[in-house]
Design a protein around this ligand. Structure first.
Ligand code: 6LW
Length: 498
């Protein structure tokens, strides 16, 4: 069987997976974006469909003033006795909590908090016990992966919390997942940090609280030695078994821009690796412990082909199932019409700020992407500024802005890097609509406005200035439309996504 990685492309980090009935379910982290925790479904682990989000109500999560790359870090999804659980940390709020649902297509519960520190929480359902783990300090001041038992009805901690693993020496030990398989408890953790030194390591013990022994071929997954290879940063993994008894690993990794450009701007993405159990009761992963683009998987081994990968060109759109907003959206400012029409009402909050700017976006999934929208200029106020943006965070985004009225509409290309806005070029257009387009390659963004039927380039900039290496943080580029209007009687501006 052949497949192409990433199996979910664009900013979908920290994947966690479980199986229920004929489907696999997968969640990712979402930071300052809302609705939170994108939820996917698949029958074969390769083709994933986003079916919604686990957090959809402000009562479940208030992201007011949330920092870029703050908010919700890595979640874990588990299924037990007909119920789904997702456990996660709000790094800008009350720490660790979980939600549950008995209907995966419906709403999730209100949060139940767990009075334990650390990030990257996970659960193991084991007989009548539920174990909770995270990174951080235990009750005795030891740092590493700590484990305790909780009451899954209330979230109450039932046992002392004990450090069970300190890793193999890599920095930032995190993302623990514990599995009871046969006679062993297997513990997967990430080490090395989520950048180019990322690794995944494996441990096992006959008792949940240890002693854990380290797998002789740790790290079981890393691309840190594959200099110049597209796929980097492999780690932060979870495993699951399919109906044929084949185990699979999902992990995050990212695609660097080009061979010699160690930057990534599409975020950390979801990669799939086959898992091969060994006679000694350990397992191996992927192609000799590496994450690759194109796998051909057999029962006992896999091969991979070399670059370049056949990634398609993307036509960006805004799908209400996958779209996201910043922090705490006021849904009254968004109205959805027919044929791709979206009407946005601006507020005094700006795209360059940390508030609830009127913004709706969708991830950029492919290096090569074209995003085009039209603004109905009749709907502009003299106080409106709106447009199309390739957005990494409030300080780093490339925008096409529209202002003016139906007699005189100005389209500008504005590059924001490090919080400094630089207006590149602008055009004045006439007619009933302002047409905007962002076109990307792996290395660049080009921004166009339409003038008398011709696309005119208004700005161009390298993609590396939107990368995590430059901007910092854990997210990736989201392409979106936005509207700002400081007047008291702001109206709705009509956009059409082409
Ligand atoms: C996440 C941590 C990590 O909590 O990045 O890749 C953090 N690893 O495990 C944010 O995604």
């Amino acid at each position: 069987m052949k497949y192409i990685n990433p199996v979910i492309r664009g900013f979908y980090p920290d994947p966690s997976v479980c199986k229920a009935g004929e489907y696999f379910y997968l969640v990712c982290s979402s930071f300052q974006y809302f609705p939170a925790l994108p939820l996917f479904r698949s029958k074969n682990m390769i083709d994933w469909e986003q079916i919604g989000h686990c957090i959809t109500r402000k009562s479940q999560l208030d992201l007011t003033d949330c920092r870029a790359s703050g908010g919700l870090f890595a979640p874990t999804i588990r299924y037990n006795n007909g119920r789904f659980y997702v456990v996660v940390t709000n790094t800008d709020g009350d720490g660790n909590f979980y939600l549950y649902t008995d209907d995966i297509e419906g709403e999730w519960s209100e949060p139940i908090s767990v009075d334990r520190g650390g990030i990257d929480p996970s659960l193991l359902f084991d007989g009548d016990k539920t174990y909770f783990m995270s990174n951080g300090e235990d009750d005795f001041g030891e740092s590493g992966i700590s484990l305790c038992e909780i009451d899954i009805e209330t979230g109450k901690v039932l046992s002392p919390c004990k450090c069970i693993c300190k890793g193999t020496g890599g920095r930032f030990i995190e993302a623990p997942h514990l599995y009871h398989i046969g006679e062993y408890y297997y513990l997967l953790v990430a080490e090395g940090g989520t950048e180019y030194g990322h690794t995944e390591t494996l441990f096992r013990s006959k008792e949940p609280f240890g002693e854990y022994e380290s797998c002789p071929h740790n790290p079981i997954l890393t691309n840190r030695h594959l200099g110049g290879y597209t796929v980097q940063g492999a780690g932060h993994a979870d495993i699951v078994c399919d109906d044929n008894g084949q185990w699979w690993m999902v992990n995050l990794a990212f695609r660097q821009i080009t061979m010699w450009r160690q930057f990534h701007h599409l975020g950390r993405e979801v990669f799939l690796e086959p898992v091969y159990w060994q006679e000694d009761g350990w397992f191996k992963v992927g192609a000799d412990g590496t994450s690759r683009i194109e796998f051909d998987v057999n029962e006992s081994s896999c091969t991979f082909s070399t670059d370049p990968a056949p990634y398609p060109e993307e036509k960006w759109s805004l799908d209400t199932k996958t779209a996201c907003y910043l922090r705490c959206p006021d849904y009254d400012n968004y109205k959805f019409g027919e044929n791709g029409e979206i009407r946005l009402r601006g507020t005094a909050e700006k795209l360059t700020g940390r508030g609830n700017v009127t913004f709706i976006g969708d991830r950029q999934h492919e290096f090569e992407c074209a995003a085009a929208v039209e603004v109905d200029v009749k709907t502009l106020n003299s106080t409106t500024k709106c447009g199309l943006t390739a957005y990494m965070d409030e300080n780093n985004h490339y925008d096409l802005t529209v202002s003016g009225n139906s007699e005189k509409t100005v389209i500008s290309g504005v590059i924001n890097i490090g919080g400094v806005p630089i207006k590149m070029n602008e055009i004045t257009v006439s007619g009933s609509k302002a047409e905007l387009m962002i076109k990307t390659t792996a290395e660049s963004y080009k921004l166009y406005g339409k003038n008398e039927g011709e696309w005119q380039q208004l700005a161009a900039m390298e993609s590396k200035y939107l990368s995590s290496e430059v901007c910092e943080g854990f997210t990736g580029v989201v392409i979106g439309i936005f509207c700002e209007d400081s007047s008291d009687n702001a109206g709705y501006v009509s956009f059409t996504v082409n």
